[in-house]
Design a protein around this ligand. Structure first.
Ligand SMILES: [Zn+2]
Length: 65
């Protein structure tokens, strides 16, 4: 059995979130790490400054000889 959990949830919300069952196959219990919509918003907000700060540098024309 494969469960999808939010890898960012403990960090942002203080408790883990299991989003749902990905696969019922198998008798063991496995986890696959993803990110839930709530944490995507938190993640984007947190990193927006960082990403926006990087963009001008990325747009700087680079001359290749
Ligand atoms: Zn989450």
């Amino acid at each position: 059995m494969l469960l999808s959990r939010c890898a960012w949830h403990p960090r942002y919300h203080g408790y883990p979130l299991v989003e749902g069952v990905v696969s019922w196959a198998g008798w063991g219990l496995k986890f696959t790490d993803g990110i839930c919509p709530a944490c995507v918003i938190r993640f984007r907000t947190e990193y927006r400054d960082f990403i926006e700060r990087r963009q001008p540098a990325r747009e700087t024309p680079r001359r290749v000889a």
